[in-house]
Design a protein around this ligand. Structure first.
Ligand SMILES: [Zn+2]
Length: 298
């Protein structure tokens, strides 16, 4: 019995040392936290906490890679669960850390992708609108838009929940599967608001205008707001634009008016949000728990 107690004491004494040894094996402690919505179109809030000062990090997720940005508690990034992620399956998030002293560490986390039902929407488009999808000019404009959506601008510009960019009724939800003129047209990557022509569009959060697209073939008059750290918002089909590239905008500020420009079947606002160029459901940003990113609520 005494021998047992002695060995138990030995185990208890060595346990903390062992676990500390594992965590700090490469001289680099880190605590990986993943919070958020794990269904396709959801957003993950990833943070690496308690890392030594000067540590840098990269993420690998869903076939893409990028840099972690500094946060008050370490490093972080927001990530999108792609709309075409296989629901019910698992995806792996990999974080590579490198400290100023040259030590490095790899952290991995398996993420279970939850199921989310997406309805099908049938759209009928005029032949003149349909032709815009195969216009080479639309491809050039798309490149500019993708570059602006993927533009990682370190430094957070927003706080708290996003607000609706329009009080109008929603006419098409995020993530529906679309059949356009009888052909599969992929997922609807934003939210539509059936606002009246000329009604105001409000910035849902503070940010910087990084793209103003006047009269784009498919997207019409469009604007991109960069909210920092890889989070961007896209506004399409506007009748007029009230902002210029490089301008800082405040939550609630009018950025333009609802219209019917580009490939659009009637006056409406298409509003989409992205982490690193991959669409996320804007409603996640409109209502997320404070503990996902505590410093966003200071
Ligand atoms: Zn839309």
């Amino acid at each position: 019995m005494k021998k047992f107690l002695v060995s138990l004491l030995f185990v208890l004494l060595t346990l903390p040392a062992l676990s500390q040894g594992e965590d700090g094996a490469a001289g680099l402690d880190a605590n990986l936290r993943v919070r958020g919505s794990t269904w396709p179109g959801g957003a993950l809030f990833v943070s690496v906490e308690d890392v030594p000062e000067g540590t840098k990090g990269t993420w690998k997720w869903a076939g893409r890679t990028g840099e972690l940005t500094p946060a008050p508690y370490g490093l972080r990034t927001g990530l999108a669960v792609p709309l075409d992620a296989s629901a019910g399956g698992q995806a792996t998030l990999t974080i590579e850390l490198e400290n100023a002293d040259g030590s490095s560490k790899t952290l991995t986390r398996k993420i279970q992708v939850d199921k989310k039902w997406r309805p099908v929407q049938y759209l009928s488009m005029s032949s003149s609108n349909e032709a815009k999808y195969s216009d080479p000019q639309a491809d050039k404009e798309e490149e500019l838009v993708f570059a602006a959506l993927e533009d990682l601008q370190p430094g957070l510009r927003w706080k708290g929940n996003f607000v609706d960019p329009s009080p109008a009724q929603r006419s098409s939800p995020f993530g529906v599967r679309r059949i356009r003129n009888g052909k599969t047209a992929g997922f609807h990557r934003g939210l539509d608001y059936a606002g009246a022509w000329g009604s105001p569009i409000y910035a849902p959060a503070d940010g910087k205008v990084t793209l103003v697209g006047p009269g784009f073939t498919l997207l019409g008059n469009c604007v991109i707001i960069n909210h920092g750290e890889g989070l961007t918002g896209l506004y399409l089909h506007m009748s007029s634009i009230n902002v210029t590239e490089g301008q800082m905008v405040k939550k609630g500020q009018v950025i333009g008016k609802i219209g019917n420009t580009g490939a659009s079947t009637g006056p409406h606002l298409h509003y989409a949000t992205y982490f690193h160029g991959v669409p996320i459901d804007p409603d996640v940003l409109a209502d997320f728990p404070k503990e996902w990113a505590p410093d966003l609520w200071d």
